[in-house]
Design a protein around this ligand. Structure first.
Ligand code: SF4
Ligand code: SF4
Length: 384
């Protein structure tokens, strides 16, 4: 008997659409870093199993920002960042390096880093360690928005926040503002359940087991809390959480996956019914659209709807260049992508750059031209 034919894997048809959107290619002009070139490069890297030398680690770290722009543009639905993550995960040498880099570089930096940043006193070069420490010090922009009138949510009820790693550790003011807004909307914010990291960055770095653990932990916390609505003010967390619906690590049946999808919502989507009084800004208000927010970025739409703010929301084509593991492994590439963003946005001293992604905000603050303030849009809301 003939064996059933295997479904054909989608193939690259060399249409070039991914080349038009890849920020890494745009910033470096390096053809070998283009999405379709990566697919071929990965085949070669795949043959070199086992320990990686420093060059190999740098190569894997610097291959991709995991922004997802190419996969959204690809007519063949080829997922280059997922292929890069799998390649990273296949190399034990890279996995070990990634953990060491995170524990030695990022995690150790966070506790107390804000205080240290404040003590540095001088501004380092864009993207330098000194600037990265300074970037962890909360910015205090002039309040621009004051809620004037709330229309209660029609489906108001228990709504817990998912503040994300940066929000939970160094930016508790974001959650305080978000909770006040939820209360105004008639929602019951309650305490955050025992969330961990959303896991998205771990997945991009190829740390598949840690990613699955994060998913399982957060789903267990949601169930224990009674499956409430989950509001988040980090675009990357929102994307990472939404992906749980199809992740086997979540252990959802179809009904629970649908309930999860309904439950997870960007906070800005709930704010559309709030009327804000807008104080005219002193400089320009720019908005950086995080790659993970996608084409229908709810933060961008909400800010654009606020008459009087006149936010320049850009064309949504820029990447901040953080790229998770890339900033740790290939800082030069990361800086090149950030430099292109600032050049395109032509930010001047006195301008305010807003965003709604924790990762973007730390990268933007670490690379901003002098005199440009970088802040989460929640930092501009006066709830006193
Ligand atoms: S995910 Fe982003 S950086 Fe990576 S290949 Fe695709 S477009 Fe380029
Ligand atoms: S968009 Fe997809 S099919 Fe087109 S060149 Fe890029 S990877 Fe190939």
């Amino acid at each position: 008997m003939d064996s059933p034919a295997r479904p054909q894997e989608p193939q690259c048809i060399l249409c070039g659409r991914c080349l038009e959107v890849c920020p890494l290619l745009a910033a470096t002009g390096r053809e070998e870093l283009s999405p379709r070139a990566k697919l071929f490069l990965l085949q070669r890297l795949g043959a070199a199993q086992g320990a990686l030398d420093a060059r190999g680690v740098e190569r894997l770290a610097g291959l991709c920002l995991s922004c997802g722009r190419c996969s959204r543009a690809c007519p063949q639905r080829l997922d280059v960042p997922a292929a890069v993550a799998r390649a990273r995960g296949r190399h034990p040498g890279f996995t070990a390096w990634a953990w060491k880099a995170w524990i030695g570089g990022a995690r150790a930096l966070w506790p107390g880093a804000a205080r240290l940043g404040g003590l540095l006193g001088t501004r380092g070069a864009p993207g330098s360690t000194a600037r990265r420490l300074e970037a962890l010090v909360p910015a205090a922009p002039r309040p621009l928005l004051r809620p004037e009138a709330f229309t209660p949510c029609p489906d108001a009820g228990k709504t817990v926040l998912f503040s994300g790693c940066l929000g939970r550790t160094l930016r508790p003011a974001w959650a305080r503002t978000a909770e006040a807004l939820l209360r105004g909307l008639g929602c019951d914010p309650g305490p955050e359940p025992g969330w961990g990291c959303c896991g998205a960055t771990l997945g991009h770095a190829g740390l598949a087991a840690a990613h699955s653990e994060a998913v399982a932990r957060n789903v267990a916390a949601w169930r224990a809390a009674g499956r409430p609505r989950v509001a988040t003010f980090c675009a990357s967390c929102a994307r990472g959480l939404a992906a749980y619906a199809t992740d086997p690590a979540a252990g959802f049946d179809p009904a629970e996956a649908a309930a999860w999808t309904r439950a997870v919502t960007p906070l800005s989507r709930l704010l559309r019914s709030v009327r804000f009084a807008v104080s005219p800004p002193q400089g320009r208000v720019l908005y950086h659209a995080p790659c993970h927010a996608g084409a229908d970025d709810p933060d961008r739409a909400w800010l654009a709807s606020l008459a009087g703010l006149a936010a320049d929301t850009g064309d949504g084509r820029d990447c901040c260049g953080l790229g998770g593991i890339m900033q740790l492994g290939s800082p030069d590439l990361s800086r090149a992508v950030a430099a292109r963003l600032w050049q395109r946005r032509a930010a001047l001293p006195g301008d305010l750059m807003l965003s709604g992604c924790s990762g973007c905000l730390t990268q933007l603050a670490a690379t901003a031209p002098g005199g440009v303030v970088v802040a989460h849009w929640l930092d501009c809301i006066d709830i006193s």
